[in-house]
Write a protein that binds this ligand. Structure first.
Ligand SMILES: *Cc1c(COP(=O)(O)O)cnc(C)c1O
Length: 425
């Protein structure tokens, strides 16, 4: 039907038939009625397609997941209750106790803890790497039990751009998929599948929602990874699931295997489903995602250029700045702009950073990032407080780093606010 990203964001997913509602209907129902016991039995056996209980699947959620799937260029997708749940499910769907995976150390603090602490307790080991690692060095970190590689298109909060092709090449050489968290770039600015990623995750809480109304997540499968070709590594997909009547997902569902398993097993057992009402809000955000991202990028570039010229500013990182360390990667993977988030520091370190932030009037200090209201936070005193200085450094988060999420207000107003705050310090 549609081809360009703006059009997909508006028309994919829910496609009303004659006389049906123009906007996505909210199926606010936990359960679904069937005429016979046999009809319902077939659903439980995964023999027929249909809805029976919202913990597993809900039509509203599926319409919205299908829209994100189309925007990313994937074959199957599912919504989760949060970005945390999306990243956990994406990894846990193919890793179990005794397994190992590799992740960039510059990823979001919450994911860093999930991988380094909680999943470690489950017996799953993660090796964190500097994402600027050479292909040769990365190659050496693979073990016989390595099952996946993970990174973020644009890292939160250090706004580094990942060399997706490099990571995909090495992952595929070792017969494992590359999982990319595409939260900051969104499919409006980068579609990791076009660069070799196999699975994409999102915290839909951020730009996709866009107005800070609902927490959510999404997992999209490209359908490109051949599980059967590496059957011995992925027994969960390539051998019978005794908890599901001996179904072998990769045989029965082909390209839909990964998402079907995540739904049938992980949602069934762990239950981190998104509410249909939140999926409805998410869909409203998706309708304007592409046009909002253009403005976020335009505003962020203006703010970055302004900050760069200020004496009181120690440094600025924004991949779209010509002299940024990640500009070459941004030009390749994000040719039409990266995102609205930038990182910078004021001279005088931690104390001055706090003084500056407290002087702002328009921009607000919130934990959130990536929505229409300009906001900022100081990771070392907020989101990353639980990390040691060593871990902070490993995550690419300098103690003086301020994460500024440039919103959709007029850029002149955002800059004027920053200017008056800089004048006060
Ligand atoms: C916020 C965020 C997450 C976690 O998402 P929640 O929706 O807050 O659970 C994961 N990855 C990235 C890149 C994020 O920014």
């Amino acid at each position: 039907m549609s081809t360009k990203i703006e059009t997909k964001g508006i028309h994919e997913g829910w496609v009303p038939k004659n006389g049906e509602p123009r906007q996505v209907p909210v199926y606010q129902s936990t359960t679904f009625k069937y005429d016979s016991s046999d009809d319902m039995g077939k659903l439980f056996d995964l023999e027929a397609e249909g809805y029976f209980y919202t913990r597993l699947q809900n039509p509203t959620n599926d319409f919205v997941a299908n829209k994100i799937c189309a925007m990313e260029g994937g074959v199957a997708a599912m919504l989760t209750s949060s970005g945390q749940a999306a990243n956990f499910f994406a990894m846990f769907n193919i890793c179990e106790a005794g397994d190992h995976f590799i992740a960039s150390s510059s990823i979001y603090g919450g994911t860093y803890n999930l991988f380094g602490v909680s999943m470690k307790k489950m017996g799953i080991d993660c090796t964190f790497v500097d994402q600027n690692i050479s292909e040769e060095e990365l190659d050496k970190l693979f073990r016989p039990n390595t099952k996946a590689v993970f990174g973020e298109t644009i890292t939160n909060p250090s706004v580094m751009v990942l060399d997706i092709e490099k990571f995909a090449r090495v992952a595929h050489k070792h017969g494992v998929p590359l999982i990319i968290d595409n939260t900051f770039a969104t499919p409006a600015k980068c579609r990791p599948f076009e660069w070799g990623a196999d699975i994409v995750t999102h915290s839909t809480t951020k730009y996709m929602d866009g107005q800070a109304v609902s927490v959510g997540g999404c997992i999209v499968d490209s359908g490109n990874f051949d599980w059967m070709a590496h059957a011995e590594k992925f027994p969960g997909l390539t051998t019978p699931d005794e908890s599901y009547h001996g179904i072998t997902y990769a045989e029965k569902f082909g390209k839909g295997a990964y998402i079907t398993k995540a739904t049938a097993q992980l949602m069934r057992d762990l239950g981190a489903i998104q509410s249909p009402q939140n999926a409805f809000y998410l869909n409203l955000g998706l309708e304007t995602l592409a046009v909002r991202m253009d403005r976020h990028c335009e505003n962020a570039l203006k703010v970055a250029q302004y900050l760069k010229a200020q004496d009181k500013v120690a440094w600025v990182h924004y991949p779209d700045l010509e002299d940024d360390e990640y500009n070459a990667l941004a030009k390749k993977y994000l040719p039409n702009g990266s995102c609205g988030v930038l990182a910078f520091a004021v001279k005088g370190g931690r104390a001055k950073a706090i003084e500056f932030m407290d002087s702002l009037q328009l921009a607000s200090i919130v934990t959130h990032v990536a929505d229409c209201k300009t906001c900022l936070l100081h990771p070392a005193s907020h989101t990353h407080r639980q990390l040691t200085d060593e871990q902070l450094e490993e995550s690419g988060v300098a103690p003086d780093l301020i994460r500024l999420s440039v919103g959709l207000e007029n850029a002149d107003d955002i800059i004027a606010d920053i200017q008056q705050a800089l004048n006060r310090i």
